[in-house]
Ligand binder design. Sequence first.
Ligand SMILES: *Cc1c(COP(=O)(O)O)cnc(C)c1O
Length: 367
Amino acid sequence: MCPSDTAGAVLTIDLGAVAANYRTLRGRLGGARCAAVVKADAYGLGVDRVAPALARAGCETFFVATLDEGVALRALAPASEIHVLNGVTPGCEKTFAGHGLHPVLNDLGQIECWATFARAHGERAAAIHIDTGMCRLGLPPDEVDRVAAEPERLDGLRLNLVISHLACAEQRDNPMNAVQRDAFVARRARLPAARASLANSSAIFLGADYHFDLARPGVALYGVNPTPGEPNPMAEVVRLQSKIIQVRDVDSPQTVGYGATHRIAAPGRIATVPVGYADGYLRSLSGRGFAAIGGVQVPVVGRVSMDLITLDVSALPRDAARPGATVDLIGGACPIDEVAARAATIGYEILTSLGRRYRREYVGAPD
Ligand SMILES: *Cc1c(COP(=O)(O)O)cnc(C)c1O
């Protein structure tokens, strides 16, 4: 009979660890408040489970990227303050207002859009994003000057937050951090008084000068190290485990996988695991990634294919690397930051790439 659980891998998401990470970050902040960034489906972990867990841990303010994400979050977090980082576009004002969402206004056009709506329908809360060095979203210096010179542009709006975003926060010694911080202090002083927010996950660890009134961590909540090069202060949230489905005894030298990129000497053994790039196991891990069996690391050899990877298990005892044996791919002996480094990427991309074929198990949720 076919077992009820036929997924190739199990993704375990520890909501207790998410809540613990929230408390750790909040504890670092002294008097400042701590929001949570839950864009991109809570970095791929499932906003429907993550946001309520954060709200129960005491989080009152959330940031998402898009209006759709804000609408979905409103249903999950009815009492929370929700900011939409990408801001408002003409035609969407009613949807923002109807769901009580705050657009983060990123340029004069967005200010005009939301203020016009507010003047017609009643005062609205708003946040303003000042660009201090990302050249991405936010008011550039000349637009801050315009708003300062023409404050009537904000008529109808209740400015409740001014934000900016650091380019190099995970590099503690990068002088750009202080340059951006000073620019933020100088430019926000030209706008009406409002709470200020600068810090993402890493910037919380740059010290009190970066905390202002509200921090906006994302990735650290989900267990990625916000202080690269130093020990990870966060609890592990994600664990990806699969099982060996086949072991091949190699008795004459041969190649493994597409492109015949890996040559294995005989005698040796190759274990096949049913996870591939279609599951977000990045193809850049071909010949570079590693897994762990019984806590012992083994290399990914050959190319990552769509549904499968191959591990060289020659160094393991035969009954440790047998069909059915559990294989750790992320978490445990395979820390997410190390997996990311091998893939030449960052933990953010590992998380947001996590596939849909895994069986997802949420543990540690408060009752
Ligand atoms: C994504 C994002 C964050 C969260 O950043 P982390 O590095 O994940 O903590 C904060 N602020 C803005 C504007 C963002 O886009």
